[in-house]
Design a protein around this ligand. Structure first.
Ligand SMILES: [Zn+2]
Length: 359
């Protein structure tokens, strides 16, 4: 049960460390975003060791909350024997370097997610070595994001790189899809679940405890977005990944954000329905443009009145792109490029135009 004494100056408002079952803790860490908190899970491995799942953002407030949460569980940072990272988003990897430095533990993750972690969130000696920020800017620009929002891409990426504390590369132990990961006395199945990030993993413990990261969240929809140098159709990946875990023998789902929940199948079906509905709304919005529309125009229409700043705008754009990409692959719409600007239109229009051209 959640402790009544959780310190509101350390933990996210109204939340605190929670012993879910014997030897299994949820420790919520604060986030300075609209999304107020992220979970770290602490699990006894049955052989005297302790596994941490994910590591919050890397701000001093995160470290304070993690240390306080561990103390409540009677575990010191030095006692951590394994860190598992579900995926390389800043709010899940931020304290990994600190945890490794103090405990000397290995970090388990999918190898290509680790590669991406260092490429995107590692620090660059020279700005010109960094291909990530220019690629992001080029993608956003091609899809019509306004210049004032584009201007924030470089500073916000660099700020995040200052905040996250990455572990040294030598601490990474690559795991593979389908592998059985034995931690102490506990066996876990590694399940690759691309969509929210390309090499996101879920870990199904043999007793039905399911660590799902941000693959399935109870009360918000995981962001599915298109990014440069990433897998091309993340929404299709996501649907397939939902299918991959749908039949898991799971009794307790432990998400990266929000509270643990029991009913995996119901939540998967809701998430699927949400995305189908959004695709339908996107097609409706597209129908208002007889000569095609840029992704940013469609994102603005879809998220009207809900985008509070440049970060929101970029999330809305990449999410809209994920839907557009899937609709393109299903040949419902087509993409066109002109003078570096990318636009989309319904494929029926396009085929009429093409047939006229052919005739
Ligand atoms: Zn995430």
């Amino acid at each position: 049960m959640r402790t009544a004494t959780a310190d509101a100056t350390i933990f996210p408002a109204g939340d605190g460390p929670d012993e879910i079952e014997d030897g299994l803790w949820r420790i919520p860490l604060p986030l300075p975003f609209a999304l107020r908190s992220v979970n770290v899970y602490l699990a006894a491995d049955g052989a005297g060791g302790w596994t941490l799942f994910d590591s919050g953002l890397g701000l001093p407030a995160d470290e304070e909350a993690l240390r306080a949460g561990l103390a409540e569980a009677g575990v010191a940072l030095e006692d951590i024997t394994t860190l598992v990272l579900t995926h390389a988003h800043p709010d899940h990897i931020g304290l990994a370097g600190m945890v490794v430095a103090v405990s000397g533990c290995p970090v388990y993750m999918l190898s290509r997610e680790a590669e991406r972690m260092y490429r995107v969130w590692g620090r660059y000696d020279k700005e010109s070595d960094d291909r990530v920020i220019p690629a992001l800017q080029a993608m956003y620009r091609a899809h019509g994001l306004p210049e004032d929002s584009l201007a924030s891409v470089a500073p916000s990426t660099r700020t995040m790189r200052q905040i996250v504390r990455l572990p040294g590369r030598q601490s990474i132990v690559a795991v593979a899809d389908g592998e059985t990961l034995v931690l102490g006395e506990r066996r876990h199945r590694v399940i690759w679940t691309p969509g929210h990030s390309d090499y996101h993993l879920c870990l199904l413990r043999e007793d039905g405890v399911f660590f799902v990261g941000d693959h399935v969240l109870p009360s918000i929809t995981p962001n599915i977005g298109v990014y440069p140098d990433a897998r091309p159709d993340p929404l299709r990946d996501y649907f397939e990944s939902l299918d991959r875990v749908r039949k898991a023998q799971a009794r307790l789902i432990l998400p990266g954000h929000g509270l643990p929940f029991p009913d995996l199948v119901r939540r998967i079906d809701e998430l699927r329905a949400h995305h189908e509905e959004r695709s339908a709304k996107l097609l409706e919005a597209l129908a208002a443009y007889s000569t095609g529309a840029q992704a940013w125009q469609l994102a603005s229409a879809l998220f009207e009145g809900r985008l509070r700043g440049a970060d929101d705008q970029r999330f809305a754009l990449v999410e809209t792109l994920a839907h557009l990409e899937r609709l393109c692959n299903e040949r419902v719409i087509v993409q066109a490029q002109k003078d570096g600007a990318i636009s989309y239109s319904a494929s029926t229009q396009q085929s009429i135009v093409n047939s006229h051209r052919d005739a």
